[in-house]
Design a protein around this ligand. Structure first.
Ligand code: SF4
Length: 256
């Protein structure tokens, strides 16, 4: 009831929260109300110019016995993948980029292939596009990167960031399918057309397929734009946010 001051306060709080989330993803065509001015704080002279301490991170929770088993199975699989010579990409890579995150994750993100930063560091989605994906997870979804699992279809970088060849994806997908079978997430977000079509052996247009769950291998697969596309087309962030909200709703439903 709008006349009920308690409900009105709650409504305002929810609208503010929603606007702040959209703004964090770069959806800026709505104007946020100015926050109230922060109370003046007089710092100690010694700390006046001190760098801000890092934001507090939730300490990693100890793994459950089930998660521990999954972590061990993933570690065995990673060692197998490190020896893989099925396609020529192992010859030009610096590091295998196997995957990272919670071995017992309910949500998994899948991209197409490592880029230069990922190849250098051995971790998926750590370049500019990866930083945007991290903001979607932390600021938009209010989760931590370590809560989800992130991987690519290809485990080795195609030279010069060329698109993965169809044969490379077929040969490498077996590693990813085994990863998915170990983790058994409830939902996968396919980032971009290459990831979507590589996973499903389909021929989808990402613009048409995004935003609708597909049932794939018994789990919910949400196609959406790749973060690298969002860097080139920031206006598409609104559509990705709509897709991500559906993923959050599905995760909530699945936990009921
Ligand atoms: S890209 Fe995949 S299939 Fe090719 S060598 Fe690397 S791990 Fe093996």
């Amino acid at each position: 009831m709008a006349n009920d001051p308690m409900n009105l306060t709650e409504l305002v709080r929810q609208v503010r929260e929603r606007l702040a989330l959209e703004a964090s993803l770069g959806v800026t065509d709505l104007i946020l109300p100015k926050p109230p001015p922060e109370p003046a704080v007089l710092p100690w002279p010694a700390t006046q110019n001190a760098p801000r301490p890092p934001a507090p991170q939730r300490p990693a929770a100890p793994l459950s016995p089930e998660a521990q088993k999954k972590a061990e199975a993933l570690s065995v699989l990673e060692k197998e993948a490190a020896k893989c010579k099925r396609c020529g990409l192992c010859d030009s890579r610096t590091h295998l980029v196997f995957g990272v995150g919670n071995p017992d994750a309910r949500l998994m993100f899948v991209g197409e292939a490592p880029g230069a930063d990922e190849d250098r560091l051995g971790e998926p989605f750590v370049g500019r596009a990866g930083q945007l994906l991290t903001r979607i997870i932390t600021q938009g979804m209010k989760m931590q990167r370590a809560d989800v699992y992130i991987a690519n279809i290809l485990k080795c970088r195609p030279p010069g960031n060329r698109p993965p060849a169809a044969t490379e994806m077929v040969l490498c997908k077996e590693h990813l399918l085994k990863q998915i079978d170990i983790i058994r997430p409830a939902t996968i977000v396919a980032l971009g057309a290459v990831a979507l079509n590589g996973l499903t052996d389909g021929n989808y247009s990402i613009s048409r397929a995004r935003g609708q769950f597909l049932l794939w291998r018994g789990l919910k697969l949400m196609p959406t734009f790749h973060p690298a596309y969002l860097l080139r087309n920031p206006s598409a962030k609104r559509e990705v946010w709509e897709d991500i909200k559906k993923v959050l709703d599905a995760l909530k439903e699945l936990s009921l």
